[in-house]
Design a binder for this molecule. Structure first.
Ligand SMILES: *Cc1c(COP(=O)(O)O)cnc(C)c1O
Length: 386
């Protein structure tokens, strides 16, 4: 851990940068930042080796057998989501079911609608998980559904959805199963062998890289069958894969610094002990944060059974002296960037528990929150009425 007792952790010359307690970009290690202090040529054999190792490493991390491929796409996570939806979701002969319980499910459905692809949605609001029965019922009610899209950790609330139980219902009915594991991959167990045909994640979440690219793991036969399906030239997964396979190069300028940083981040992930160790560290962060916040009087949106270790949602206190903008700024000045809420119904804010942060950072943010609340003269932390 990089001097975690220090309040600020920025790179040399930027020590006053805050910890990013957000779901990406997030706080990265010095090793990851240092990896970017070089200019790599995108055609160089060394750089192409880095890209090849990343692709192979991601397949391994997700438990993929020989039947899967990894395609890297420039851009943030949503770019790979749109690329995957455009490549694999049916145009008119069938339909995609989006299992939504927050903003990211809504966004996937909106992308499909924009692409003119038939879509239906299970909407659980933004604080309840869908059950395997919910999905089974929806599939049985509409035989036109051929594809299912689900979010692993819905970052809107931090809730973790039962992707493996849902997979069984989807595969039993012979449908294609697609998972947005953006905010969970690398920290929560995920095994493509459990019936996942397509998985999407990005560079700046639990592997602890910097923003710049996203990736899709997919069954090779699906990828081959997707030739000509994409609505887009730049987001065409099949063509992107063909380019990478042909000469190890990207069709268009790759985010070289983000890729070498991610290569370093993957090495550090393995060194820490892989998915299990990373998940344990994040779970420890979440436990300390939630206990400390509850001890102060805050209320979490989710119960401990529902909340994952990725990001925690706290309900806005009813005390009239509480002002989120001031709370945010005062914490920022003390070295911690938190995240506004995104719930549609209840005012809330979020604190991420991922990134290169540990228990001591969590204790430090709790101390800072106590100071800021005292400064704002906030005492009644009971939530605003629902
Ligand atoms: C971060 C995230 C995304 C992608 O968001 P971008 O801003 O495009 O990187 C998608 N789904 C989930 C669940 C996420 O947490």
């Amino acid at each position: 851990m990089d001097k975690p007792t220090q309040r600020f952790n920025g790179p040399p010359g930027q020590e006053d940068m805050p910890y990013l307690l957000t779901p990406g970009p997030l706080t990265t290690s010095r090793g990851v930042k240092a990896a970017m202090l070089a200019d790599w040529g995108s055609r160089d054999v060394e750089f192409r080796r880095v890209v090849a190792e990343i692709r192979k490493g991601l397949l391994g991390l997700a438990g993929c057998d020989e039947s899967y491929e990894c395609v890297i796409m420039q851009g943030s996570g949503t770019f790979a989501i749109e690329a995957a939806l455009g490549a694999f979701c049916p145009k008119d002969d069938a339909k995609t079911l989006v299992v939504a319980n927050g903003a990211y499910g809504d966004r996937a459905a909106a992308i499909l609608a924009r692409l003119g692809r038939p879509v239906s949605k299970i909407d659980k609001g933004d604080s309840a998980a869908p059950s395997a029965e919910d999905v089974a019922q929806a599939l049985d009610a509409d035989p036109a559904i051929s594809h299912v899209w689900i979010i692993h950790c819905e970052t809107t609330s931090g809730i973790v959805n039962p992707i493996t139980a849902v997979a069984r219902e989807v595969k039993r009915r012979g449908k294609t199963y697609m998972v947005d594991a953006m905010s969970s991959f690398g920290a929560l167990p995920l095994d493509m062998g459990d019936g996942i045909d397509v998985m999407v994640s990005s560079s700046n979440k639990c592997i602890e890289g910097v923003p710049g690219f996203s990736y899709v793991l997919v069954k090779r036969d699906m990828l081959l069958a997707s030739k000509g399906m994409s609505h887009s030239v730049v987001l065409d997964l099949y063509e992107q894969w063909k380019g990478l396979e042909a000469n190890g190069q990207f069709r268009f300028t790759p985010p070289t610094h983000a890729l070498v940083a991610f290569h370093q981040a993957m090495a550090e992930h393995a060194e820490e002990g892989g998915v299990a160790a990373r998940g344990r560290r994040y779970a420890g962060n979440a436990r300390i944060l939630i206990k400390g916040m509850r001890d102060m009087g805050f209320t979490t949106l989710l119960s401990d059974n529902e909340a994952g270790p990725i990001i925690q949602t706290f309900l806005t206190p009813r005390d009239p002296n509480f002002d989120f903008e001031q709370f945010y700024e005062d914490l920022r000045r003390r070295g911690f960037a938190i995240y506004p809420g995104k719930l549609t119904k209840r005012p809330s804010f979020r604190i991420g528990t991922i990134g290169k942060v540990d228990e001591r950072v969590m204790q430090a943010v709790l101390a800072a929150i106590r100071e800021v609340l005292a400064g704002m003269k906030v005492t009644d932390l009971r939530p605003l009425e629902a």
